[in-house]
Ligand binder design. Structure first.
Ligand SMILES: [Fe+2]
Length: 188
């Protein structure tokens, strides 16, 4: 762990154990959402589903990227990921994004997707609020993730008929325009 890095955050008035709990819950939500989005993307078929497929894939890969980017920060601050993946899934900060009973119902599919993004926005807004002006590195990372979660929400909400999002497309699937600079251990 980065001893001084943790110390300065503590000295700034942050309860680091509490912050770590939030970061682990966020990482677990990314990991489980990546898993569930795999199933949602595979089931996104037919005339309606085909249009959705690409943005589900972008959101899916970007959620994996969020997990990748959060993991080292957790260890730097003296935390860790749970040894058991079942325990890890149980502490996820967002509900399971289950495939709807009728996967051909695109509206139901979209509700699951948009709710997952809305939960993520709340999670990262909370981490940003907690770390702003105090833990610069976590703040910067959480803010980068927040940018992408907000884009994801806007894409799905556009499909739900809630109005345009301004979205065109990522240059490559799951490009992570904001978070990629934090993924120093991974070739993108
Ligand atoms: Fe995410």
């Amino acid at each position: 762990m980065a001893k001084v890095a943790r110390q300065v955050v503590e000295q700034a008035g942050i309860n680091v154990d509490q912050l770590l709990e939030k970061l682990v819950a966020a990482a677990a939500a990314e990991f489980t959402t990546y898993y569930y989005y795999t199933i949602l993307r595979i089931n996104s078929i037919g005339f309606d589903g085909e249009g959705l497929k690409e943005i589900i894939e972008d959101a899916r890969i970007e959620d994996r990227n969020h997990f990748e980017a959060l993991a080292p920060r957790i260890y730097e601050l003296g935390g860790k990921l749970s040894r058991d993946i079942r325990e890890f899934a149980d502490v996820a900060g967002c509900p399971d994004a289950y495939l709807p009973a009728d996967p051909r119902n695109v509206q139901e599919m979209l509700k699951v997707l948009v709710e997952a993004e809305r939960c993520a926005i709340r999670v990262y807004t909370e981490i940003c609020n907690m770390t702003a002006g105090k833990d610069h590195r976590t703040y910067s990372l959480a803010l980068a993730v927040l940018h992408e979660e907000i884009e994801h929400e806007a894409w799905f909400s556009e499909f739900l008929g809630e109005g345009p999002s301004g979205h065109f497309r990522r240059e490559t699937p799951g490009q992570s325009p904001y978070v990629s600079r934090f993924m120093t251990a991974m070739q993108k």
